[in-house]
Design a protein around this ligand. Structure first.
Ligand SMILES: *[C@@H]1O[C@H](CO)[C@@H](O)[C@H](O)[C@H]1NC(C)=O
Ligand SMILES: *[C@@H]1O[C@H](CO)[C@@H](O)[C@H](O)[C@H]1NC(C)=O
Ligand SMILES: *[C@@H]1O[C@H](CO)[C@@H](O)[C@H](O)[C@H]1NC(C)=O
Ligand SMILES: *[C@@H]1O[C@H](CO)[C@@H](O)[C@H](O)[C@H]1NC(C)=O
Ligand SMILES: *[C@@H]1O[C@H](CO)[C@@H](O)[C@H](O)[C@H]1NC(C)=O
Ligand SMILES: [Zn+2]
Length: 578
């Protein structure tokens, strides 16, 4: 397994020590003394880095329009007439079924399946007449939507806001468990219910409401505004987002966008500091499914071998689970920056001072690193923010009670650590298969190549294949102008408007997204990718996303809308560029 960089240094020190003792002599002893003092002072006296360098806290940033007249953004958040209209907008969008499943067929081959998105498009056009009159709209692969509002200044890179039109399906046998029918878009005076309410028709509607409002005010941006809505995000985005991204790359070229904001986490109360923090997703783990198929000779089950293919596969399964990946936490992982930001600011001074030092030293001090890892891995929900996870998700084998199973299959899903690579996971997987194969004289063909034994091996063979491979996402740069504006506008919206009585600053901390979003297809277009839906939905356990009673507090919807309204105007200046 991968060692931590701090680990490596530690090991080197030790092996040098041993070597020098064997060599003996004065020089050796002096070197030994030198090495050990640097090592131990390193542990005990290493300096805690300055907070301001580690995680700068930027001032709130409001657009100029706000200083002239703050009434629009206040009415988004607090005007009842506006709220009522917005409830209708989102409710109507939820009422149109855009469920998709896996195993999708592309639009030209299955036009009937996708036709329901036509209704959704008609709804958007009817609800946002100004957007449809004023902006250029392209339909990519029929149902992908790309809106373009050209800015007056071509020096400024366009900003891209994203969301997806599709939702996960409602499972038929759960319909009776819903408080309100999943496609009713019911509003109970506080929450709006239904499939897509929080993932993520709310983002689609908040973006379009923002544009509709800006157009109605004769706003003219300097920086071009692009909006992209895919339609198969819940099935990896190969039919929708991937084609929109390709189109953008073909027309605008690589690295041509200012920033991308797609669905993601928002604001929450953090457990350690007990304060509200904003957590844009600045990284994603990698993903790879590895399937292994074992074929062995069949036969009658009255004269079985000692181990059938099911038994041998079980040995492999056992071996895999017995050997989980070690957690690893380096500066590459936004999770470390997350804890560092909390520790650096800790606005209410709630973090134990010893633990705070541990966090601040965890990037370069082996002992501190181990302690922080221990803390993070104690919690089931945070454990896999660091390190690679593996899950035995599918196993199939056997046909009949009196026949030996000729073929058994096992699929293992991996979410790959930021510090690792999919190739490393594949190599490790092969090693474990070979270990089992050797015991049973079975050949192994891994990713098209025989790595153990030969074809037509009499005892059978393992065939290892991969699918769904995606490397860890390139990390979003931190502490640049784009980051400054994102966190500055967040502070403005949530400190000045949403929580005016807050007596501490809202810290924006980078974070890792546990899932993947459509941004996976957009990596070439900018490094500044944020999976971020700034709304404060604390204590709601993710609004039951993908589950029964998916819902969203309507105040949250308006917060997101207000954020987009202020953000688009705030970044409409050269000063927001790096
Ligand atoms: C909005 O503007 C009014 C008038 O200038 C001012 O009194 C009020 O404090 C402002 N509200 C906020 C939240 O900034
Ligand atoms: C908003 O809708 C609610 C519920 O339908 C209604 O009671 C209220 O009067 C409406 N408010 C305004 C200002 O239209
Ligand atoms: C949707 O929201 C926009 C912007 O607030 C508003 O102009 C429009 O009337 C709303 N549409 C409906 C159907 O409520
Ligand atoms: C907007 O900008 C794009 C890209 O530069 C260009 O192709 C398009 O013609 C422009 N549209 C208008 C209406 O100027
Ligand atoms: C991104 O650019 C690289 C190098 O030009 C290319 O190989 C790759 O296919 C591009 N990725 C996507 C998702 O288009
Ligand atoms: Zn989503």
């Amino acid at each position: 397994m991968l060692g931590l960089p701090v680990d490596e240094k530690h090991k080197q020190c030790k092996s040098k020590k041993t070597h020098l003792i064997v060599a003996g002599g004065l020089i050796g002893l002096i070197s030994l003394w030198y090495l050990s003092t640097t090592f131990f002072t390193g542990v005990i006296f290493s300096k805690v880095p300055k907070n301001s360098n580690l995680c700068p806290l930027f001032d709130p940033i409001a657009p100029e329009s706000f200083h002239k007249d703050n009434s629009t953004v206040l009415s988004i958040l607090f005007d009842e007439t506006y709220r009522n209209k917005s409830i209708d907008n989102l409710s109507g969008a939820i009422q149109i079924d855009t469920q998709i499943s896996d195993d999708l067929v592309d639009v030209p081959e299955a036009p009937q399946f996708w036709a329901k998105f036509e209704k959704f498009h008609e709804y958007l056009e009817h609800t946002f007449p100004l957007v449809y009159e004023k902006l250029e709209i392209e339909r990519i692969n029929t149902y992908g939507l790309l809106y373009r509002w050209n800015g007056s200044s071509s020096d400024l890179k366009p900003v891209l806001l994203m969301a997806h039109q599709d939702t996960v399906p409602v499972q038929k046998d759960t319909i009776s468990d819903w408080s309100y029918p999943p496609f009713s878009g019911h509003y109970d005076g506080d929450f709006i219910y239904g499939r897509g309410a929080a993932d993520c028709k709310n983002v689609v509607i908040a973006i379009l409401e923002t544009l509709e409002l800006l157009i109605s005010q004769d706003y003219q941006p300097q920086r071009s505004i692009l909006v992209a809505f895919g339609f198969d995000e819940e099935s990896s985005g190969y039919i929708g987002a991937s084609k929109i991204a390709q189109h953008l790359e073909d027309t605008l070229g690589p690295d041509s966008l200012y920033a991308i904001i797609d669905e993601g986490d928002g604001l929450k109360v953090d457990d350690l500091t007990k304060t509200i923090v904003a957590v844009p997703g600045t990284g994603e783990k990698g993903y790879i499914d590895i399937e292994v198929e074992l074929s062995t000779p069949g036969g009658h089950s009255s004269i079985p071998p000692d181990h059938t293919s099911i038994g041998i596969m079980s040995q492999l399964a056992y071996l895999i689970e017995k050997d989980p990946y070690d957690p690893i936490l380096t500066e590459k992982n936004p999770t470390l920056s997350y804890y560092q930001c909390l520790a650096a600011h800790d606005p209410k001074k709630n973090i134990d001072s010893k633990f705070k030092k541990t966090i601040l030293k965890a990037a370069f001090n082996h002992h501190a690193n181990k302690k922080l890892i221990k803390y993070i891995t104690q919690n089931r929900f945070t454990r896999y923010l660091i390190g690679t996870s593996q899950a035995l998700d599918i196993i199939k084998g056997g046909e009949k009670s009196n026949a030996l199973p000729e073929v058994t299959r096992l699929l293992v899903n991996h979410r790959v650590a930021i510090e690792s690579t999919n190739d490393e996971i594949k190599r490790h997987f092969i090693k474990r298969v070979i270990k089992v194969a050797t015991k049973h004289h079975i050949a192994v063909k891994a990713f098209g190549v025989y790595v153990h034994g030969k074809p037509n091996n009499p005892a059978g063979e393992f065939v290892i294949t991969e699918s769904g491979g995606l490397p860890p996402a390139p990390p979003t740069p931190l502490n640049d102008k784009v980051w400054q504006y994102l966190s500055g506008v967040t502070r403005h919206v949530f400190e000045d408007l949403v929580f005016p009585d807050l007596d501490y600053p809202i810290v924006t901390s980078p974070a890792i997204m546990t899932g993947n979003t459509d941004t996976r297809h957009y990596w070439n277009l900018t490094r500044n990718i944020f999976r971020y839906s700034p709304l404060f939905s604390n204590g709601l356990m993710n609004n039951n996303i993908h589950s029964v009673d998916e819902k969203l507090k309507f105040d949250n919807h308006l917060q997101l809308h207000a954020f987009f309204y202020e953000y688009l105007q705030a970044i409409d200046t050269k000063a927001a560029d790096n």
